[in-house]
Design a protein around this ligand. Structure first.
Ligand code: SF4
Length: 380
């Protein structure tokens, strides 16, 4: 009974704190359902700073649900380029198309209806329903789960559905009626600003009086001692094949990673194979091209799911052949200046940026200057 009372007081203090100290996030400026829909898609699997970076440019390109529904997939992917996890962009566009076609362009208010739309799971549906429509729907993100588990003194793995289910049940009881939007966002903000994973600032926290984890003296151990994520390394080369001052790029088939996006053709390096040898082999076996690998440009690192990808860009001169290849649906030769206009993944954009920097600085590789600046026909 006493515990219930102190928890309810902690929740009151939390909501009071939130109203004074909430983060100034662009999607909080009003409760426009379309803007909240966009922000929730961006926030799936992305940090808040990254979502903020892409939010404004996405809304500038597609200011309304209708404009998004009318846009081509290529356009949407281009604006999303660099934000990662491109399935979200495809699902967001699909959602817009479906809402315009079947709901008169109106975003539904009920969690159950929202969950029928592409890319909207239970959490996203609850977040949209509470933030855009004031519904009494609990939505606990990673921060919210951690803060609530600490307040309650609950140990366990946040990945386990049963653990999350129990927290949702308690949250339903603790959340004051009609205040789910503030409650959800207050937990998120406290988790982001004060009750961080490894260094909770309990002495600054509005909830410390009612917090079990604080009283335990080891708040960082709740809900569980964090495990270091282990990622499997993946070594790949990107073939920067140049013909007449233009680069070969390929469009990926729809699929698991980076479907529909454009890239320098890439593949895994075999064990004990050099990057240059890998480019010669991949060009021949995968693309049907003869090339002359000339220089390593850079290696970029990138994490995707459980992989740590090391992608080495190798500049190679085109010699002969017509590009073809499994896993790709189209090819084109593009000037360096135009590469940035194509929708592409973050590691590929970093390769392009490196080439642009090198070209601008009068590259250390004479070849770069040669292939980019010499008139047509003098390179091969
Ligand atoms: S008192 Fe400490 S552990 Fe408890 S909610 Fe606040 S910051 Fe987190």
């Amino acid at each position: 009974m006493e515990k219930d009372k102190s928890l309810r007081q902690a929740v009151q203090a939390l909501i009071f704190w939130f109203r004074k100290h909430k983060r100034d996030l662009p999607w909080r400026k009003n409760a426009d359902p379309y803007k909240i829909l966009v922000s929730e898609f961006l926030l799936q699997q992305t940090t808040v700073p990254v979502a903020v970076r892409y939010y404004e440019s996405f809304l500038t390109a597609f200011p309304t649900l209708e404009s998004l529904a009318q846009a081509s997939l290529e356009e949407v992917l281009r604006v999303w380029s660099g934000a990662g996890y491109y399935a979200r962009a495809r699902n967001l566009r699909e959602t817009a198309i479906r809402l315009v076609a079947t709901h008169g362009g109106v975003i539904p208010q009920e969690v159950s209806e929202l969950k029928k739309l592409p890319g909207i799971g239970d959490y996203t549906a609850r977040a949209i329903a509470s933030f855009a429509f004031g519904a009494d729907a609990i939505a606990l993100d990673t921060n919210g789960i951690r803060v609530l588990a600490r307040l309650l003194g609950k140990k366990g793995s946040p990945r386990r559905p049963s653990f999350r289910r129990e927290l949702y049940q308690v949250a339903e009881i603790l959340c004051p009626k009609g205040k789910a939007s503030d409650f959800n966002q207050a937990l998120m903000d406290l988790g982001s600003l004060i009750c961080t994973a490894s260094e909770p600032k309990c002495h600054q926290c509005c909830c410390s009086r009612g917090c079990f984890a604080f009283r335990s003296g080891r708040p960082q151990d709740f809900p569980s001692v964090p495990e270091k994520p282990t990622r499997q390394p993946l070594f790949e080369v990107a073939c920067l094949i140049v013909k007449d001052g233009q680069f070969l790029v390929a469009q990926r088939a729809p699929g698991r990673w980076w479907g529909h996006l454009w890239e320098f053709p890439r593949q895994e390096i075999n064990p004990n194979e050099s990057s240059l040898a890998a480019v010669r082999r991949i060009a021949k076996e995968k693309l049907g091209l003869e090339v002359h690998p000339r220089a390593i440009v850079t290696t970029v690192r990138h994490s995707v799911t459980r992989y740590r990808i090391y992608l080495t860009g190798v500049l190679a001169e085109y010699q002969s052949g017509e590009p073809r290849g499994e896993g790709y649906v189209a090819f084109q030769w593009v000037s360096l200046a135009d590469l940035n206009q194509l929708p592409s993944s973050s590691p590929q954009r970093r390769l392009v940026q490196t080439l642009l920097d090198m070209a601008r600085e009068g590259s250390q590789f004479a070849l770069i200057a040669e292939v980019l600046n010499e008139p047509r026909g003098q390179v091969a």
